[in-house]
Design a protein around this ligand. Sequence first.
Ligand code: F6P
Ligand code: MN
Length: 351
Amino acid sequence: MSINLSTFIATECASDDRHPVALYQLIHQVAMCCRDIAAAVDRSALVGTTGSAGVDNVQGEEQKKLDIIANDLMMEGTQTHTALAAVASEEMARISRTSQERTAGQYLLLFDPLDGSSNVDINAPVGTIFSILKCPSARAPATEADFLQPGSEQVCAGYAIYGPATMLVLTTGDGTHGFTLERDSGEFVLTHPRMSIPARTREFAINTANTRHWESPVKRYVQECMAGTNGPRQQDFNMRWVAAMVADVHRILLRGGVFLYPQDAREVSRFGKLRLLYEANPMSMLVEQAGGMSSTGQQRVLEIQPHALHQRTPVMLGSREEVERLENYHHHVRRPLPDLVDALRNLWTEY
Ligand code: F6P
Ligand code: MN
């Protein structure tokens, strides 16, 4: 008998006293928003919602029409949820407080409404990434500072991928589980319980067009992979890059591999491309819960103390042995004056 998301959630509620029913109701509501976004992506070419919206978001990146539509769907679908104190999105400069009265035990929701959105115009996979934190009870109403918690504090992390099938992948700290949307019934059905990333891999994912900007440990790692049987790894590797983090991480959850978006030396503000709070943190929790690792090269992503809502971070995640190797290479070449570098980075990412 198939298990759908509601049944799965009810069972989790009954067996896991760490999280109250309200959290699971919130997760269910987010899943319903993802279902609506899937439908919007599905019909975009037919209703003229592909292409650019003609404006930039808070990060200075071009917004697609569907970035805005996906953000609106998430906002409309969650704004009145009683368990939610406030929301933060890649597409919004500031947090948005919900209309609910502030009550104890509320949550904060962060999301990237349409990850990899440049893929929309070529009918390639895109997704939604989300993270849920507890709202620190002392403050009312919720403030931006409440969101600045390390990823290890997340009570739920997940993503939806809009590919040939729509899938929802989530964790509440007890394994990573994948659900596939059955379009006729509109139900998410548990198809990938307890996903597990193999410790070893021969597949890596990185945008090699940026090679000249990488730090030496990353250059060394990728060069060794590319040297294949002729190099120190003594085996051939394969390379994949979908240009949507959801799709690259999804592949890694299913068959292993390593994904890198490392620090970039082009400018101080490009210390990594991916956003910590609603891209790197949720993906890191999902990967760790599936037995993988996630690191900046210098430290576990989930242990970074955030200092800004939209801050960026380098990310290297996936199969354990590869991420350990990357960390070893980084530890051999410690950055000069790391405190000064971090201080500069903090200043710049305050934007
Ligand atoms: O959200 C940022 C993002 O679109 C990720 O989904 C993806 O992994 C990456 O940027 C793609 O970057 P690039 O443009 O360098 O290929
Ligand atoms: Mn993204």
